[in-house]
Design a protein around this ligand. Structure first.
Ligand SMILES: Nc1nc2c(ncn2[C@@H]2O[C@H](COP(=O)(O)OP(=O)(O)OP(=O)(O)O)[C@@H](O)[C@H]2O)c(=O)[nH]1
Ligand SMILES: [Mg+2]
Length: 468
């Protein structure tokens, strides 16, 4: 069980130096701790910023000038008395304040413990508590928007509405069971089936953009592949917006995997540049090629770069074959060298590749770009986002994005389908329908945290930062 009876303290601002750093204290002893560590004599006025000083634990010297704000429970973030001390953002000063608070009776907070207390005290349900961590972790504006939506309770309200329908059904079925002798059904089986069908439809609607939501929340790894010298590193640098990978005219320049995290159309993408694909006697390069293959195997999407200005080679073909079954985009690079002129097709080139931009003999690309001029990159970014999310409408925020919620919604849906079929059959005993409906409700309850095991809670709050 989690304890909420003691007082916890942590630095709430990020590690390192800053203009201001904030120490947060929550718990029943906040008043006593405030009296012990602040020089302010009178009790702090609720929710008013008070200029005061912190007394240093060991020396009794003043550690810093601070602004202290007292939030009395239950109208505080955690639902308990909370004290926030804004000090100068030096790690030394902030640690000193934390130590002073500990000397006065607080203990160091675990990661996410403030938000855990908010959850345990009923200040926010589990979906909204998780949204706090998502918002703090958001690396793109789209991620922040999805998290904020959930923080505002959009998903919670949806689930509450579904649960209300199920609650009503369960109550009526139970009434029918409780008064069997009356021979009266409080709800007709056909009507039960219809109501369940409506809940299923609503869950399907939520799940419809779940993949997109998950992609927005978690981001994805995208690997750039291609034979040597087609311009993989140039495409990588262009997408990253920085000259990160080495670019030269020498085939076999890139050896190690080069990784950069960036926002592409609001998605957090980890882009990986790899060594050019070719058979090589060079052991170092061969290791690079192998690493590239391994990276492709786990990527959500592979960009297969081909050189549009040249006929495709055996290596191009091998790579196009080996990636055909995976999610991929064929990116035709160097169109600046192609524009306006058609190259003659070499006699040896197969039919399959005869539809390219530059005419027969040039591989067909999904998107044509020039890493030299930047042409085609907006379309490439849009195509990457579309491939990753399966959707054009990246502007809409997804309602469900957290895998935990998605799994529970799917489980609830399975139970509801069973209940729907049982109810629609008409002659199934009400107990069976009831059991399935209760199972579905249990899953919905787990999403918002009405019944969630300590293990699950521990797992969820572990990934928060300290002080949140
Ligand atoms: N004209 C033109 N040249 C390009 C373009 N993209 C890359 N290059 C040139 O092609 C050469 C190879 O580019 P890289 O980006 O190093 O190619 P790579 O595929 O990473 O090569 P390896 O790492 O050796 O496999 C360099 O000389 C680049 O300047 C392009 O769009 N247009
Ligand atoms: Mg390279």
């Amino acid at each position: 069980m989690f304890s909420v009876d003691d007082s916890i303290v942590a630095v709430a601002t990020p590690p390192g130096r800053g203009g201001i750093g904030i120490v947060r204290i929550s718990g029943p002893a906040v008043h006593d701790i405030a009296r012990a560590i602040l020089t302010h004599c009178r009790p702090l006025a609720p929710r008013l910023a008070t200029y005061t000083r912190v007394r240093h634990a060991a020396s009794a010297a003043n550690a810093d000038e601070v602004v202290a704000t007292f939030f009395p429970g239950p109208h505080s973030y955690t639902g308990q008395d909370v004290l926030e001390i804004s000090a100068h953002g030096s790690p030394v000063v902030l640690d000193g304040i934390v130590c002073a608070a500990i000397a006065a009776g607080a203990r160091l907070a675990e990661p996410g413990e403030f938000t855990l207390r908010a959850f345990l005290n009923g200040k926010r349900d589990l979906v909204r508590a998780e949204a706090v961590a998502d918002l703090v972790d958001a690396a793109t504006p789209l991620q922040a928007r999805v998290a904020f939506d959930q923080l505002q309770g959009t998903l919670t309200d949806r689930i509450a509405a579904l649960d209300a329908i199920l609650f009503d059904l369960v109550a009526r079925l139970e009434a029918s069971l409780d008064f069997p002798d009356e021979g009266y059904h409080f709800v007709e089986p056909a009507e039960t089936a219809r109501s369940i069908g409506r809940v299923i439809a609503a869950i399907d609607e939520l799940l419809a953009d779940a993949d997109r939501g998950r992609m927005i929340r978690e981001g994805a790894t995208v690997v750039i592949a291609g034979r040597t010298n087609v311009g993989k590193s140039s495409v990588f640098n262009m997408l990253a917006g920085v000259e990160r990978a080495i670019v030269t005219a020498i085939a076999g320049t890139t050896r190690d995997l080069v990784t950069e995290t960036m926002a592409i159309e609001g998605l957090a993408v980890t882009l990986v540049d790899t060594a050019g694909w070719r058979e090589t006697p060079d052991v170092v390069e061969r290791e690079g090629v192998m690493r590239g293959e391994r990276a492709r195997a786990v990527a959500a999407l592979t960009l297969v770069v081909i050189d549009q200005s040249e006929p495709h080679t055996v290596e191009d073909e091998q790579l196009l074959d080996s990636t055909a079954a995976r999610r991929r985009l064929v990116v035709g690079n160097k169109i600046d060298l192609v524009a306006g002129r058609l190259k003659p097709a070499p006699a040896s080139v197969g039919v399959a590749a005869s539809l390219g931009v530059a005419g027969a003999g040039f591989s067909q690309a999904d998107i044509s770009v020039s890493a030299k001029t930047g042409e085609g990159f907006p379309a490439l970014r849009a195509a990457i986002a579309r491939e990753l999310t399966g959707s054009d409408s990246l502007e809409d925020t997804a309602r469900v994005s957290n895998t935990r919620h998605i799994v529970l919604l799917e489980q609830a849906r399975t139970s509801l389908s069973a209940a729907e079929s049982a109810a629609a059959a008409g002659d199934t005993p009400e107990e069976f329908v009831l059991t399935d409906l209760q199972a579905a409700r249990a899953r919905l309850d787990e999403i918002v945290g009405v019944r969630t095991s300590d293990d699950v809670l521990r797992h969820i709050f572990e990934r928060f930062c300290i002080g949140k």
